[in-house]
Design a binder for this molecule. Structure first.
Ligand code: BGC
Length: 482
């Protein structure tokens, strides 16, 4: 970087990645509280087994609904109030969601005495926290991509993924520690509340630090605040480069229409399909149900917890591979390598279940799968989503692609349970079927990348926009010839 200020970019990236950390923390905090939630909110209702498990399933996954809503509105927030304003809303939602889920009785009745009557407010607070996740999941990578110099943009956006997986791992330990502090009764009465409340610490830190960061140059230009944009660009890139980038940004906004399809349908579809594949390869079926899966393999609760930590740690460690290579190797090669690794390990895992041979090899397959995801589809999809859309449609298009991702996430988490509980499939495939589906999806994802995804390594955001414009002109020329 010539005469730029790497320190400043790294500091701003760090603040934005707290959104990623809270994304991971909030989605995984529930894992430690599941049995307490059942004990406090569900069991006293004396429902039939089916009704109880469906209510418990809804309570646990309700936050994902918030994620869908949050990501869908994040496009509007981030263009109206700015990337910084959107992140501040997310931080507030995290805070409200965390404190509210810890004491859902607040303002309604005596804490600890309401029992199931506090379930509805609990679910509402979980949805609000989920909205924070949805908003941050879109705006944190967007913010980083818009401040980053192009030659290190992939690496910096990948730090957000690192923060997500660190958030997941961190909360496993926090939950484990809190649980170890008292008796089982204390866990049912108090520990689960502390688990949710602990999220207020990173949420407050995020909110406080956000007060000190500026908005992004691209957003300033969109709002006609060119002076502020130039100041930002100069601080990061040095004066000479800043002027050139500013011109590029201005030019990129000279599209006549702001319609979502101003650059053709392929760009939007490719973004959506990338997002959906990131979920259809089964990552969250493996992450959310890892302890259950390890128990199915015959591990005791304690060693299931340890194996879950191994999975979380592999997720962190292999994200570094992406950080180190995404700007050198490029986005496409990493995605293809990851798809191959995930496909092979899922076919192996499905086969081991089918042959009733789960054991050490199954753990190896799971860790290889996680490694494959962490070095590719985990970070790289966020990198691509944050950089592939032209400036004038960026926030809307990215919000749609990210909302599609959360819907796909809901679908996979729900359908895994359905597949895993189906007696016919279990009779024929011994719990292995779902993994074969994820293996097949991994293969399809590789074909999709090779065929449709453009390489964006090293290009400025504005020159990526030109790629789509060329693509559109070529398509129009072909149509005219026919
Ligand atoms: C995905 C999440 C996943 C996380 C953990 C993220 O990139 O979007 O769905 O839980 O990675 O690896």
């Amino acid at each position: 970087m010539n005469k730029g200020n790497t320190g400043l970019v790294v500091a701003l990236t760090f603040v934005a990645t707290l959104g990623g950390l809270l994304f991971g923390y909030d989605t995984a905090v529930i894992s430690g509280a599941v049995s307490a939630i059942d004990h406090y909110f569900i069991d006293p209702q004396h429902l039939s087994q089916t009704a109880a498990s469906s209510l418990s399933g809804w309570t646990i996954s309700s936050a994902l609904l918030g994620c869908v809503i949050g990501s869908a509105v994040a496009g509007w927030f981030s263009s109206r109030f700015g990337r910084k304003g959107g992140l501040m809303v997310a931080a507030l939602m995290f805070l409200i969601g965390s404190v509210g889920s810890a004491v859902p009785e607040f303002g309604l009745g005596t804490i600890g005495a309401m029992g199931p009557a506090a379930l509805t407010p609990f679910i509402i607070y979980r949805i609000l926290g989920g909205m924070g996740v949805g908003i941050a999941s879109m705006i944190s990578p967007l913010y980083i991509a818009e401040i980053a110099p192009s030659e290190i943009r992939g690496r910096l956006v990948s730090f957000n993924q690192l923060a997500i997986v660190i958030g997941i791992l961190l909360v496993y330990f926090v939950n484990w520690y809190i649980q170890s502090l008292g008796t089982p009764q204390w866990y049912y009465d108090t520990a689960w509340r502390l688990m949710f409340a602990s999220e207020a610490i990173p949420a407050l830190l995020f909110l406080g630090l956000l007060a000190f960061v500026p908005d992004t140059p691209r957003w300033f230009v969109m709002r006609g605040r060119t002076e502020e944009a130039l100041t930002q660009l100069t601080r990061v890139n040095g004066a000479e480069r800043a002027a050139a980038i500013l011109e590029d940004i201005k030019r990129s906004l000279h599209v006549r229409s702001e319609s979502l399809l101003a650059f053709g349908t392929p760009v939007l579809l490719i973004g959506i399909v990338l997002s959906v594949f990131q979920q259809f390869v089964g990552i969250n079926a493996v992450l959310y149900y890892a302890p259950l899966m390890f128990k199915n393999m015959g591990a005791s609760t304690d060693s299931a917890f340890m194996q879950t930590v191994v999975v979380g740690a592999a997720n962190v460690v292999f994200t570094f591979v992406a950080i180190a290579t995404v700007d050198r190797l490029g986005r496409k090669p990493l995605l293809v390598i990851g798809s191959i690794a995930m496909g092979a390990s899922m076919f192996l895992l499905g086969g081991l279940f089918d042959a009733r041979a789960v054991g050490m090899w199954a753990l190896v397959a799971v860790v290889a799968y996680i490694a494959g995801f962490a070095l590719s589809w985990g970070p790289v999809v966020w990198v691509l989503l944050s950089e592939m859309f032209p400036n004038s449609i960026k926030s809307k298009a990215m919000a749609i692609a990210v909302a599609a991702q959360w819907i796909a996430n809901l679908f996979v988490s729900w359908s895994f349970k359905v597949l895993d509980g189906n007696p016919w499939l279990n009779h024929h495939f011994h719990h292995g079927f779902a993994y074969w589906i994820y293996g097949a999806m991994s293969v399809l994802s590789a074909i999709f990348v090779v065929r449709f995804v453009p390489e964006t390594k090293g290009r400025t955001l504005e020159s990526i926009q030109e790629l789509w414009q060329h693509h559109r002109r070529d398509a129009a020329a072909v149509a005219a010839r026919q």
